[in-house]
Design a binder for this molecule. Structure first.
Ligand code: 0A1
Ligand code: ZN
Length: 856
């Protein structure tokens, strides 16, 4: 091991090193005097030693310590030490009895560009403390298993002063907040600014009247109605489905423009990236509305799964995130179209999590070491974490799952828990042994599930084999406990054996079905019952049959997906594609019994990155140009073959009347736009131009703009869109992203470079930086252009952002996570960029960890 790597390994935190904090923290008193350059924070911690003679360690970064006292006595310089990461009060200076510790520190919110801790956005004060931002506000045991009651006063010039819990006193320039629920520091929040509220109320099932406010900048108040209604729906759903009630008299949501992530579940004071709150038909798309509803629900649901029951340490992050994603997905599935939601989730899982699992960044849902926890807010922790909860639900059934969750809330309310606690609850509620299931949490990698069939004398047998490739640091992979939902269909599509859950626990395992008159058609892994890659030799005819007849909507879609993928893989290698996909889609387009949203999903071709992965999985080195050409060719072929039907669909799916984001009209628009996307390849953008000029909502306007960008004839449309929306930051983000993600690949890198010169490219705002960079990285053939221009450009910008906002720079570096998939030339170029990043002096811990892991 190199000296560098050794140093990094020792800088890692390890799950096995966990030790409880040696002090109990009863209460916290915080007093803020806000000032952009010199905010003063006084903290009083009521502590009691759990063991004698232990020194007191408090985390603290970038703080100027003004004073430090214990039980009112100022400490002398030899009684404590301060270093770059915190403060230690030596054991000799500590009373053996409970004591209070007072600190006074100075911080500069205006200079905080990393957006962790207390920072400013458009003149408003705002905090982000998860995971370890609180230590940039005051000296504190900043770890999730230290929970305390917070009492907060805020003095400042802003008219609105907010924190967690209930407001107990208020006058001009002053507010006092008391949170009765013990919480870890990462759930602390403070907001101060000139804000206006869109308000409402909700009465809980036991009759508590809760005041609801969505706080925004002046001028944004007419874009809050949807979020407020979504919040009420979430509160009701959590009562109905999980029996969980809200526990304070007030629930505040604040929208902020500068935010590193989507949103944050601080107790009673959720803070949101304004992108995921503000919506109006003119500025938000159908997809935005659905996401807003889902994220509002996600943050609200955290009140129980995350806040009331939190994580013992950050290794357990998927305990709160996997479960909360599972809950928000179920909420959306219940309110909208369940099967469509499931398909969308699986598309996203494969695009983000499978991709992660197959590359150098693969890690288990519960990692056992890290250098920078911010780098572990990943698709594996969130989305795969949710899949694991879904599998537990499948294994236990509805009643068993509900019993386990009831037990979880009963047993662990008020605690900081582990994955072991979580699985024990499921074992106790069901009487089952889940020790093998636990491997899903501790092992990285996507299992490949191979299946073969046999039919003889009325007995049908499925032979399964599971295998997981080695991942970084985990060479051997023992078999996992996999729930495989299977149904068998007869020759006319009738269900011979309805959905049953087969439980696979061995490396190879067979399951038989007796008494069948003829060989059935199997429908395997219905509803995507486990996050695995299924491999099965299956004819195009059989897939077409499943696409037409499967009673499981997920597998119906999956059959079409498989046909499309096979066709694209063939075309990308210069072979002919089986016409089965194009033929089968003809019937589906015309099938009025199928939901429009479902049909729209079936018409959507796999993304180029997914095709690249598919080729890689089959042992073929992906060629980005050939993939792009293949996808274009298949789309064109589809459009040609079904031109009349698609044209009819385009007309029939127009939604008259005023816009609503409801699933019915949104599904029709999705189908209409899917048809237009194909027709656009034939009419040179004529229909898209007409739609762009007449659209009355952002869904159609943005889609039409994207289609025009695709044709290359986009100059006029881009200019007119820009002049209309110049003053709207959220819409302008869309303008940046669409012209890069959808443009002909050969233009992408140069266009991205030109856009960085645009005065609207305010790169220190995370949303704007992400829009441009994710737009480029999302253009698969453009990002992977042979000359390496996009690689260099992208790496340059990561290096520029890193000193300003390391968290976002590190997160965006995942654009390189697939580098080992490609040909030697591209690999060498990406490797060189990653090495250049890794070598850079003064690199943040965030980006440095990512560069090292990416290089493997
Ligand atoms: N817990 C939030 C996501 C979040 C995580 C980290 C952040 O800063 C590093 C901010 C937000 C959620 O799951 O919604
Ligand atoms: Zn979350």
């Amino acid at each position: 091991m190199s000296a560098d790597l050794m140093a990094q390994e020792t800088a890692s935190k390890r799950l096995s090193d966990y030790q409880p904090y040696p002090f109990a923290l009863e209460t916290v008193r915080l007093d803020f005097r806000l000032d952009p350059q010199e905010t003063e924070v006084r903290a009083r911690l009521a502590l009691s030693p759990r063991r004698a003679a232990s020194a007191l360690r408090l985390d603290g970064e970038e703080l100027e310590l003004l004073s430090l006292a214990i039980d009112g006595r100022s400490l002398t310089r030899d009684e404590y030490t301060v270093d770059k990461t915190g403060l230690t009060v030596h054991a000799a200076a500590l009373p053996a009895q409970p004591f209070t510790l007072d600190t006074r520190v100075k911080i500069a919110p205006e200079a905080n560009t990393a957006l962790e801790g207390l920072y400013m956005s458009n003149g408003m004060y705002c905090t982000q403390c998860e995971a370890e931002g609180f230590r940039k506000i005051t000296y504190f045991p900043d770890r999730p298993d230290v929970m305390a009651k917070f009492h907060v006063t805020i003095r400042g010039e802003a008219p609105v002063l907010l924190s967690n819990g209930d407001l107990v006193a208020q006058e001009d320039g002053f507010a006092e907040w008391v949170d009765p629920w013990p919480k870890p520091a990462y759930l602390f929040a403070l907001v101060a600014g000139d804000l206006v509220a869109h308000s409402g109320s909700f009465t809980t099932k036991s009759g508590r009247e809760v005041a609801l406010n969505i706080w925004v900048r002046k001028g944004d108040e007419d874009r809050c109605a949807f979020a407020l209604e979504a919040l009420k729906r979430s509160m009701k759903w959590d009562e109905d489905v999980y029996g969980r009630e809200y526990d304070l008299d007030i629930f505040n949501i604040v929208a902020v423009d500068d935010f590193n992530m989507g949103a944050m579940e601080n107790k009673g004071l959720n803070i949101f990236n304004s992108k995921w709150v503000l919506a109006s038909p003119e500025t938000a798309t159908d997809a935005d509305y659905e996401r807003i509803e889902g994220i509002i629900a996600h943050e609200y649901f955290h009140n129980w799964t995350g806040n009331r029951i939190t994580c013992r340490d950050w290794f357990q992050l998927c305990l709160k995130e996997g479960l909360t994603v599972y809950r928000d997905r179920s909420f959306t599935a219940d309110l909208r179209l369940g099967p469509v939601k499931r398909i969308e989730d699986v598309i996203a899982l494969r695009a983000r999590q499978f991709r992660e699992d197959q590359g150098p960044l693969a890690h288990p849902p519960r990692p056992d070491h890290y250098r920078e926890i911010n780098n572990f807010y990943t698709a594996t922790v969130y989305e795969k974490g949710a899949e694991l909860v879904g599998m537990l639900h499948t294994l236990l059934g509805d009643a068993g799952y509900r019993a386990a969750l009831d037990l979880y809330f009963d047993r662990h309310d008020g605690q900081a828990c582990t994955i072991e606690d979580w699985l024990t609850v499921f074992e106790d509620a069901s009487g089952r042994d889940l020790s093998q299931f636990k491997r899903w949490y501790t092992d990285a990698g996507t299992p490949v599930l191979r299946v073969r069939e046999q039919f003889e004398d009325g007995t049908y047998r499925l032979d399964f084999e599971q295998d997981t490739k080695p991942t970084p640091g985990q060479p051997g992979k023992p078999p996992r406990h996999i729930p495989i939902t299977v149904g068998l269909l007869g020759p006319n599509g009738q269900e011979l054996v309805p959905s049953t859950v087969l439980e696979m626990t061995e490396a190879r395992q067979s399951f038989t079905f007796e008494g069948l008159g003829a060989r059935p058609v199997p429908s395997i892994l219905r509803g995507f019952s486990a996050p695995v890659r299924l491999e099965r030799d299956v004819s195009a005819r059989e897939l077409a049959f499943l696409l037409a007849h499967d009673t499981d909507p997920f597998n119906r879609w999956e059959a079409g997906r498989q046909l499309a993928q096979d066709a694209l893989v063939a075309l990308a290698q210069g072979e002919d594609a089986d016409p089965a996909y194009i033929d089968a889609l003809g019937a589906l387009i015309a099938d009025e019994s199928a939901d429009p949203a479902f049909r729209a999903l079936c018409l959507r071709l796999p993304a180029e990155d997914e095709i690249a992965q598919s080729l890689h999985d089959r042992g073929v080195t992906p060629d980005p140009e050939a993939i792009h050409a293949a996808r274009e060719a298949l789309a064109r072929d589809l459009a040609h073959t079904h031109e009349d039907a698609l044209t009819a669909l385009y007309e029939a799916m127009a939604v008259p009347g005023p816009y609503t984001p409801d699933p019915g009209p949104a599904g029709k628009r999705a189908l209409r736009l899917a048809a237009l996307g194909l027709l656009n390849r034939l009419d040179g953008g004529a229909r898209a131009t007409a739609l762009f000029e007449n659209a009355t909502n952002m869904t159609e306007s943005l889609a039409a703009l994207g289609f025009l960008v695709q044709t290359g004839a986009d100059e006029k449309a881009l200019a007119s869109f820009r002049s209309r929306w110049e003053g709207d930051r959220l819409v302008m983000d869309k303008w940046f992203i669409v012209q890069l993600a959808a443009c002909p690949p050969e233009r992408a890198a140069a266009r991205a470079a030109a856009l960085t010169e645009d005065p609207l490219f305010t790169w220190k705002t995370p949303n704007r930086f992400r829009a441009l960079m994710a737009g480029l990285a999302g253009n698969h053939a453009g990002f992977h252009a042979k000359d390496g221009a996009a690689y260099r450009f992208y790496a340059d910008w990561l290096l520029r952002l890193d000193p300003v906002n390391p968290q976002v720079a590190a997160r965006m570096s995942t654009a390189f996570e697939t580098w080992t998939r490609y040909d030697a030339d591209r690999r060498a170029q990406m490797q060189a960029e990653l090495e250049r990043i890794a070598r850079t002096e003064g690199l943040s811990r965030d980006l440095s960890e990512m560069a090292t892991r990416l290089l493997g």
